[in-house]
Design a protein around this ligand. Structure first.
Ligand SMILES: [Zn+2]
Length: 62
């Protein structure tokens, strides 16, 4: 028999858990400015706007 939870979690606890599901909200915690084009981006990732990372072109801009 599989293990089952003893008590149901409240709406508050359920919603609190799901508050982390939205990716954009999590990314808002850490934001840095691209040194090449100045747009706001997530740190340690290639800039979505100009495609630069650590001062060099990684991928071509759209
Ligand atoms: Zn950039």
């Amino acid at each position: 028999m599989a293990a089952t939870p003893k008590k149901r979690h409240s709406k508050s606890r359920r919603n609190n858990r799901r508050s982390h599901h939205m990716r954009i909200a999590r990314e808002l915690v850490a934001i840095s400015k691209c040194p090449n084009c100045g747009v706001l981006k997530t740190p340690h990732q290639v800039c979505w706007n100009c495609g630069h990372y650590k001062g060099q072109l990684i991928k071509k801009a759209l």
